[in-house]
Write a protein that binds this ligand. Structure first.
Ligand code: FES
Length: 129
């Protein structure tokens, strides 16, 4: 089966291990390019815009390194803000209660796909590190 027939594919499901490196991708929505990333936490895939709510910087300095040492929270590499991987909520640090922007994703037939209406006409460019 052509994976693209499933929808807008971000990556294969087996690219994401629990608490492992994330997959970075760019959503191209009519020329607006938004950096994002997908991770797996407790068996489920989540995705967010790759922009810290403290300063408009990517969360990972080492590409794909989104989890803290305990693999419990998403951590910003610049000033160590912590975010809940299930909803992007700010847990501690200079995010000061402002969370990450969620990108809706689903898994289907071994692939991670964009979901929902927000990026219906978007394409995705996965960044291989
Ligand atoms: S830029 Fe992310 S915590 Fe400061």
């Amino acid at each position: 089966m052509d994976p693209q027939s499933l929808g807008v594919v971000i990556c294969r499901s087996d690219k994401l291990a629990n608490g492992g490196p994330g997959v970075r991708f760019v959503i191209d929505d009519g020329g607006t390019r938004t950096p994002a990333f997908a991770i797996r936490y407790a068996g489920k895939v989540y995705a967010f815009v790759n922009r810290c709510s403290h300063m408009a910087l990517p969360l990972d300095i080492k590409p794909g390194a989104f989890f803290d040492n305990d693999k419990r929270y998403i951590i910003c590499a610049t000033h160590a803000a912590l975010y809940d991987p299930t909803d992007g909520r700010c847990v501690s640090g200079p995010c000061n209660g402002a969370g990450l922007m969620v990108v809706a994703v689903i898994e289907r037939d071994g692939h991670v796909l964009l979901s929902g209406n927000r990026y219906q006409s978007a394409s995705v460019e996965t960044i291989e590190e």
